[in-house]
Design a protein. Structure first.
Length: 265
């Protein structure tokens, strides 16, 4: 019965995360990581591994949920493959490096850094800061470097990378459709290599729950994957009904509260 209740709780979490992701037009990681951290805290997961487990599990879910989004963009032709391929080596390297950085941090420090990152995203949304469009793509070395930075920060905080990749691609001269589509594709290698590295880094940790492999909690993974995709469609429908400026301020307020919670405990 306890296992059933836990799974139902994760299904509800996935439904909420999917709805908000579709409603506010952001990747699920910014929502899933704090929600998982809260759920793991309620379950009594050790604080030393709580944040690492939340970030690793978030990346694992993005492998599945992000694939659906990336495939949809691929079908619509909105993934600019030359830029994706130029970014790919850096994305993979950065994702692995980001996880090793996370593994070297205490759970408290990782949570604080996550909170600061969320607050920065909230400020960006409140001010309505849009990426500055460019016209000339940089050379391959710069794209590899950019991919490494995007991959490292995204894996460190358990997000798909759209928050960073979209502004960069826009500066490279991509249309917003190309930037969003290519960013969705970039999220897959970040999530896959990040999640696999989190499993390796956390393998055999004595404080992990029995249902985790490394820093990936499988009941949470299953619940979120099963519920988040269909409920994301509900969120998209709601987004077309509610005023855009209200959505932006509502989500930025939510992120501010989440960020403050992580920074100040």
């Amino acid at each position: 019965m306890t296992v059933l209740i836990t799974l139902l709780g994760y299904l509800a979490l996935g439904a909420a995360a999917g709805t908000m992701a579709g409603l506010f037009g952001v990747g699920g990681g910014l929502i899933i990581v704090p929600a998982l951290a809260f759920a793991f805290e309620l379950q009594g997961v050790a604080s030393e591994v709580l944040m690492h487990l939340a970030v690793g599990t978030s990346l694992a879910t993005i492998v599945v949920t992000g694939a659906s989004s990336a495939f949809a963009h691929f079908q619509k032709g909105s993934i600019y493959q030359p830029w994706f391929m130029a970014l790919l080596p850096g994305l993979m390297l950065g994702a692995v490096a980001g996880v090793f950085v996370a593994g070297s941090l205490s759970g408290t420090l990782l949570g604080t850094l996550f909170g600061i990152f969320v607050l920065l995203v909230a400020v960006k949304m409140i001010l309505g800061l849009a990426p500055k469009p460019g016209s000339v793509a940089p050379g391959k070395p710069a794209m590899v470097l950019a991919g490494t930075v995007i991959g490292a920060i995204s894996a460190l905080f358990g997000i798909g990378g759209g928050t960073l990749a979209v502004p960069w691609l826009s500066r490279c001269g991509a249309t917003m459709t190309q930037a969003v589509g290519t960013s969705a594709a970039c999220g897959l290698p970040i999530a896959f290599f990040g999640a696999m590295t989190f499993i390796i880094v956390g393998w055999g940790h004595p404080l992990l729950p029995s249902t985790a492999t490394g820093f990936v909690m499988w009941p949470a993974f299953m619940g979120i994957v099963l519920a988040s995709v269909p409920f994301a469609h509900l969120g998209v429908k709601l987004a077309h009904v509610l005023p855009a400026h209200i959505l932006r301020y509502a989500f930025s307020t939510l992120l501010t509260l989440v960020g403050l919670r992580f920074v100040f405990g």
